[in-house]
Design a protein around this ligand. Structure first.
Ligand code: FMN
Length: 176
């Protein structure tokens, strides 16, 4: 397999868990995205970047956006980790939002993460409560997948992490 590295940004641990599973499966190096330096990435053939989904943004993706022109010859894949169940349309929406121009050819994979209200920072918990209150005013039949997950998770601790979410990403990384 190629020489590769996994970059990850995780606030509550689910993305880190997936990154470490990927490391076990691939033997790639691993580093937090915030500690990555573009010049040290040039020695790798493959780069996997993973980030938690927070209010539809992917943590750490800006690193790739900033540096994509220097990574032309690399095999790159991104995985994002959210609370919503797997949903093709929701992933397409995230793709459309964040994978424009030079990022458009990069494959995006989705892994379901976790929800630990008791671990959340005060601002995150406040934001989630505001979101839950506003979603609660809608008809439940009209909920988007992330809204359903948000409402199910009220006051709960949930861990949906599962190695099986990495199957397609691993197949892509291991392909020539
Ligand atoms: C402030 C906040 C916003 C979030 N927004 C979303 C979202 O838009 N879509 C989603 O699927 N999950 C959302 N989540 C759930 C996280 O994506 C989930 O907890 C995931 O496991 C985070 O990754 P981490 O555990 O690596 O930090 C949000 C969580 C927080 C705290």
């Amino acid at each position: 397999m190629k020489k590769g590295i996994i970059l990850y940004q995780s606030k509550y641990g689910a993305t880190e868990k997936y990154a470490r599973w990927l490391q076990e499966e691939t033997g790639f190096d691993i580093i937090k995205t915030k500690d990555a330096d573009i010049s040290s990435l040039l020695e790798y053939d493959a780069i996997i970047l993973g980030g938690g989904v927070y209010a539809s943004g992917i943590a750490g993706l800006s690193f790739l956006k900033r540096n994509i022109t220097k990574l032309n010859d690399k095999k790159i894949a991104v995985f994002c980790v959210g609370a919503s169940p797997y949903d093709e349309n929701a992933i397409d929406q995230i793709r459309k939002l964040h994978f424009k121009d030079q990022l458009s050819a990069i494959p995006l994979y989705y892994c379901r993460g976790a929800w630990y209200e008791e671990k959340m920072t005060f601002p995150d918990r406040t934001l989630c409560r505001i979101l839950q209150k506003s979603v609660a005013k809608q008809d439940p039949d009209t909920y988007e997948p992330w809204q359903k997950a948000l409402m199910c998770a009220v006051g709960q601790s949930c861990d949906w992490t599962d190695r099986a979410y990495l199957t397609d990403l691993l197949a892509y990384v291991k392909s020539a």
